[in-house]
Design a protein around this ligand. Sequence first.
Ligand SMILES: C[S@@+](CC[C@H](N)C(=O)[O-])C[C@H]1O[C@@H](n2cnc3c(N)ncnc32)[C@H](O)[C@@H]1O
Length: 293
Amino acid sequence: MVTLWQVTDITPKYKRKEKERRRILFVSLQRRAMAGPFDKQAELYPDARLNYPEEWFSLLASRTLRRSLAWDVGTSNGQAAVTVAEHYDLVIGTDIDEAQLKCAMAHPRVRYLHTPLFLSEDDLITRIGSENLVDLVTVVHAVHWFDLSSFYSAAIQALRKPGGIIALWCYSGVEVDSTFDPVMKKFHDTTLPYWDSRMQYVFDGYKTLPFPFESVGLGSEGEPFELDIPKEMSFEWFLGTLRTWSAVAVAKERGVDLLPESVVKEFETAWGGPGLVRSVVYKAFALVGSVKL
Ligand SMILES: C[S@@+](CC[C@H](N)C(=O)[O-])C[C@H]1O[C@@H](n2cnc3c(N)ncnc32)[C@H](O)[C@@H]1O
């Protein structure tokens, strides 16, 4: 197993002196490398991604003291942001990728904001609202890409204290049944050389992700809260999700087609035919906490 502790300095940088903190860039240095694959998949996102259960958002909202302002980071097409907006007066959805934001879902209480490459933590806080005013920070299937200590520092600055919470979650591959799951596992193994190493956090179900926050009873560092996300899914939709995987795009760039006709056929047979809509489950892993006071 690859350990990622070497690439992530988990020293609590939010304790740095003000002057030093201003220089911390929120956007990870690897952004340039990432922007390519995400950018190319932007048009596929609206149809092929997962919708998260509304009950989960209600549960999160019930854990915050107030419901004025939420910040959805790495918002992509805003699919989490629009559901958060059912519970909060205003949601700011930020992303480093303008192409994703162009595909974002409109909602009267969601404001999308492109966060440029070189943006100091303080500039970021100014753009999303004032310090100490954010009731809920959400990062859905994205925090593993961030420079964690810089992001956590910004989140701590932004969150209302007391009463604000941060919620991060990721999801793993789909689980269908004992015929289909081994085919999925075999395919997943073929993608391993093409993932960014930070995806190991996702493969670990966020068990290894640093999370320096106070538990609010929905997971804690090393012990994520497990959430099943059921979905009725057509084969076409399933195939669409695979096509959004960055590993598939990276492999293609290196001249490797991870989804040739033979693999699609194998999936199709294990699924039970291309016309079948099946009940599947995504396993999600969440870490939710408040600022340690
Ligand atoms: C897999 S998508 C997840 C999107 C969305 N939250 C969802 O639920 O589907 C990851 C998103 O994180 C964004 N991202 C990556 N690094 C980022 C950073 N440092 N700051 C903000 N967004 C970032 C990418 O541009 C991409 O849109």
